[in-house]
Design a protein around this ligand. Structure first.
Ligand code: ZN
Length: 1004
């Protein structure tokens, strides 16, 4: 404070002298005009901090080695009390907001600040716009000009040509998505000031020709937790365990950057909303997970449905960064590598699905405590994409981080400003080409039948696509388009719209050749497969001329009560039968009417001329007045009959649900919560540590334990008990952002074997435990269940793909509502569950210890044309290939016996009941892959995708697939919902159990 005051006094004194001098010299303004322009004054104090805080003198450029002074606009130092890049300090989003607000107030001609969204926890998401005075004054006009360039259906070529010279590109910078990556938001504090204040021709050119939009923190909830966590740890006693960042947003951590397609999270929705309103030319997302500075291009394969112009734009922008930074001798700015560019689930892909440019940086971490970086040879070698590579050793810290990314971002802004006509022309061209695709084919549009089996889910899908900017129409009368019979009311997505790019991306079938470099994330995402709905491409141009009107409000599936009893009501009154169509809203209906007695049919049946699937809900003595509006609202159909159908039923007992999470990882489990919260399934959320308290069965009927990751043992052990004192995750006056979603006095130590025993007891006493992914292996690996073997086939390669699964037991309550045996499912490498009897019947291909996700290309020379040999992919409908006969056998793992013994020591009675396999992966490896990638599918053939393992009086449901994945797999949500709703009757429809395997290999 003292230094600041002194500085202020000095500054005002200097200004007095200058003013006086100007007055003495006569008209200062005229003198300035005549004389060459004076260089802008420097903020000496701030500039000193830049030099002092810099960890290495090579990590700087002329753009960021100083800060210009201003009389009217507060510097970060003046406003926040410290300069950006100060070691050992982090800034809360709320303080960044205060600063941005102050900037816009101090420089209203050059900056505008407003709120654009609200997070799950109620915090603001904001935007700061920066440009020259004339542009800020007419911001709406410039927004509308880009809107015109977006839509060639409304804008003439002549008007567009004019706009290419008068419009201005928008460059939208976003940061703070990954909360532990702390530097981007800090750097953006300084960048905003510099862009508003600096008067060099370089910055003036940016200000005059580009509109810069900044959202400094997009995961606001996580940022505040991160800053709290940092300062909390600073106060911990040396030797005590440090608190990891437990939750970021309410639902997920790192996956907040995998929500670009699902768009469940508020932060994604905010960016989509901004994209649809402003049509940013570039969306640039700032991250921190690489050495020095990686500018995105990726190794390929690139997404098939982005316009090829985008690929050139990626490379031009990245190469500009590399060149400009290399020119200045800054080491370690590079491109290529790191990721692939394939899956459109990243936030910056929102730009691509809307014909703009998306890109990102990965910067060496901010810290904020300085540290040393010593990368290995594969990072420091000189390569074509890395002419000036990172050094074998360097001192790093917050100021290096600020300098390197601020400089590169300024070079990008400058490049777009200098080439604004080019980028605007490209944008116009991409929109035109998208519309033209609809006129020239081969795909002229898509039809989503409104009355298809899952009609509520189809309407849901339509609404989510509309939210992302895709125009959807409804046929006003029936017609035939090519081979597609369109009914009045069906949804039509015209192919001749600019954002059809999104439809192309989402509805296409992915073919990721395993010869490519190892995929960075999911390889398959086909929208209609993941949602188990019909979306029909139309290859006939006449669809564009058919009668249809554009939807201007949310679609709603038809629903309500059909049919009325033909005879007068019996003594039992009105009976309602709600068809189970696998629509996700059925679970909503059940839980909205907890007090209504409902029963589920245990078999398919026919009634009033309608065929009902097993699982359909029968409600005797139904209160029509209450239930009918609800059914209508949910898009579900029921039939009113005089008496119950003769099919066997069981009561749908409403369960008390417990939801288990682990403190070791609060990431993937959130996707289950997202679905339960949205569809109205209540639960009690608690940490696995609490399992130790026991008495679970008296509290819960169903326990949900979603994927944690790691081995069975690591999941049971939880966070290691390091340090001498407890590690609390609690809200305090000092750290008010902690302890959400859950809290604990000590997060160390997981359920332990004691907790596992309690979990087993819960099942044995009649509870239903639902597991998926990694948690599905705990019981088999500990030998508590004996009918499933966990295989780890090293040669299997299936990375986030959509595979064909077969419902092998249509009468299992878990499969209720599904119309056909073939169901597309999302599967990612593990776990491979063999329920074929004692762990053989499959060819292990190397047995245990294999590395999942091993790149099959490893060890071979570089394949530069990996896409030349596409994989064989079959359409979902054509499943005509016989399975190859004869498969090898693999001995059972002998350590299971040991686990069993151990479990018995802890008092778990193990019975030899066989699991009921509900779904398994296709028997035929050649028709297994529906979208994505797969190698050595024979290692997955016939393995369980979902099974129900009885244990004592209860059940363990094991999903090898991930039924609730990233708000994309709506098609498999109902598997989970069915297990919840029918928890007390999972044995319904079960075939007489076969005697336990006679196989001699069965461990004893
Ligand atoms: Zn990141």
């Amino acid at each position: 404070m003292r230094i600041s005051d002194y500085h202020l006094r000095m500054k005002s004194r200097i200004y007095t002298y200058t003013a006086l001098l100007a007055f003495i010299l006569g008209s200062g303004l005229q003198a300035q005009k005549a004389a060459p322009k004076q260089p802008q004054k420097i903020d000496e104090e701030y500039t000193r901090t830049i030099k002092q805080n810099l960890q290495d003198p090579r990590i700087t450029t002329e753009l960021v080695d100083h800060l210009p002074a201003s009389d009217t606009v507060p510097s970060p130092l003046k406003f926040l009390g410290r300069a950006v890049g100060t070691p050992g300090e982090l800034t809360y989003a709320k303080d960044i907001y205060r600063y941005y607000e102050a900037l816009a107030k101090a420089a209203p001609g050059r900056a505008k600040y407003w709120k654009v969204g609200t997070t799950e926890e109620g915090r603001d998401i904001v935007l700061l716009a920066i440009a020259d005075e004339a542009t800020i004054k007419s911001l709406d006009k410039y927004r509308d000009m880009l809107g015109e360039l977006t839509d060639p259906r409304k804008t003439t070529e002549a008007r567009a040509q004019q706009l290419l010279h008068t419009a201005k590109p928008i460059y939208y910078a976003i940061s703070g998505m990954h909360s532990p990556e702390t530097g981007g938001p800090e750097m953006l504090i300084e960048l905003a000031y510099r862009l508003i204040v600096e008067e060099t021709p370089f910055i003036q050119n940016i200000r005059n020709n580009v509109i810069t939009l900044i959202t400094p923190v997009i995961e606001v909830d996580g940022r505040e937790k991160q800053v709290d966590t940092y300062y909390f740890n600073k106060k911990r006693t040396p030797g005590d365990a440090r608190l990891p960042l437990m939750y970021w947003g309410k639902y997920v951590q790192h996956d907040n950057n995998r929500d670009g397609m699902g768009q469940f999270l508020k932060l994604t929705q905010a960016v989509t909303k901004e994209t649809l309103e402003w049509h940013p030319t570039v969306i640039h997302d700032l991250h921190e997970a690489q050495t020095y500075l990686y500018s995105s291009t990726g190794t390929g394969p690139y997404n098939n449905d982005i316009d090829p112009i985008v690929v050139s734009e990626w490379w031009t922008l990245a190469q500009n960064d590399v060149m400009e930074m290399t020119k200045r001798g800054v080491p370690g700015v590079w491109t290529y590598g790191f990721y692939d560019g394939w899956v459109p689930n990243y936030m910056f892909f929102i730009a691509h699905s809307h014909n703009s440019i998306g890109r990102f940086y990965e910067v060496q971490s901010y810290g904020p405590d300085p540290y040393e970086v010593r990368p290995g040879a594969t990072t420091t070698s000189k390569e074509w994409f890395r002419p000036n590579p990172p050094l074998p050793q360097i001192k790093w810290g917050p100021r290096n981080n600020t300098n390197i990314q601020q400089s590169a971002l300024l070079f990008s802004l400058s490049h777009v400003a200098k080439n604004k006509d080019l980028y605007l022309e490209n944008y116009w061209l991409k929109n035109k080409r998208a519309v033209d695709k609809g006129k020239t084919g081969p795909t002229y549009g898509w039809v989503i039948p409104a009355t298809q089996r899952r009609k509520a889910d189809a309407a849901d899908a339509v609404n989510e696509l509309r939210m992302q900017g895709l125009e959807v129409s409804r046929a006003t009368s029936a017609f035939k388009a090519g081979s597609v019979d369109v009914k009045a009311g069906d949804y039509v997505i015209r192919g001749d719209q600019p954002f059809r790019t999104l439809a192309d991306m989402y509805f296409s079938i992915q073919n990721y050749a395993p010869q490519n470099p190892s995929p960075y994330d999911d390889t398959g995402w086909t929208f209609q497969y993941m949602r188990d709905i019909k979306i029909l491409p139309v290859g006939e141009k006449n669809i564009l001329d058919q009668p249809m009107t554009m939807l201007t409000a949310d679609a709603k599936a038809p629903g309500g009560i059909e049919g009325t009893p033909s005879t007068s009501l019996g003594a039992g009154g009105l009976t309602l039968v709600v068809d189970h169509t696998a629509d996700n809203n059925l679970v909503t209906f059940r839980f909205k009417n907890k007090d209504v007695k409902m029963a589920a049919a245990e078999d398919d049946f026919e009634l009033s001329g309608h065929k009902f699937r097993a699982g359909s809900i029968v409600i005797a003595n139904a209160d029509r007045a209450k239930l009918e509006p609800m059914l209508k609202d949910l898009g579900l159909s029921a039939w009113a009959v005089a008496s119950a159908p003769s099919v066997k039923t069981h009561d749908l007992d409403v369960p008390r649900i417990g939801y288990i999470h682990s403190w070791t990882r609060t990431q993937d489990e959130g996707w289950w919560r997202a679905a339960l919260d949205t569809f109205g399934v209540p639960y009690t959320y608690f940490a696995d540590q609490k399992l130790r308290e026991g008495n679970l069965r008296s509290k819960y009927d169903v326990l949900i334990f979603p994927h944690v990751g790691g081995s069975a043992v690591s999941q049971v052990n939880g966070m290691p008990k390091t340090g001498n004192s407890p590690l609390p995750y609690k809200k305090t006056a000092e750290f008010p952002n902690l302890a959400f979603v859950d809290s604990s006095d000590d997060i160390r130590g997981g359920m332990g074997v004691e907790g596992l025993v309690e979990l087993a007891k819960f099942v044995q006493e009649g509870g239903t435990l639902i597991t998926e992914g990694s948690t599905a292996i705990i019981f088999p690996e500990y030998g508590i269940t004996t009918g499933v073997t966990v295989e780890e086939p090293a040669a299997l390669f299936v990375r986030g793909s959509i595979l064909r699964s077969k419902i092998t037991d249509m009468k299992s309550p878990i499969a209720y509502g599904y119309g056909t045996a073939d169901l597309p499912v999302y599967f990612n490498q593990a776990p491979v569950l063999n329920a074929a009897g004692g762990g053989f019947g499959g060819f292990g291909g190397g047995g245990r210890g294999g590395a999942p996700g091993t790149n099959p290309n490893a060890g071979f020379g570089q394949n530069v044309t990996p896409n030349a040999v596409p994989l064989r992919i079959q359409p979902l409908e054509a499943d005509q290939n016989p399975a190859p006969a004869g498969r090898g056998e693999r001995p059972a793992a002998d350590d299971m016996a040991q686990f069993r013994q151990m479990a018995q020591q802890f008092g778990i009675a193990i019975d030899d009941t066989r699991p009921r396999v509900v779904m398994q992966f296709s028997a035929n490896p050649t028709d297994m892959l529906l979208s994505g990638t797969l190698a050595n599918g024979q290692l997955l053939a016939n393995r369980a995708a979902a099974l129900d393992h009885p244990l004592g009086k209860g059940h363990i449901v094991m999903f090898a697939i991930r039924p609730f994945w990233r708000w994309q797999t709506q098609g498999t949500y109902t598997l989970g919902f069915n297990a919840i709703m029918n928890w007390n009757d999972l044995d319904a429809g079960k075939q007489q159990a076969a005697p336990r395997g006679t196989a001699s290999q069965q461990p004893q």
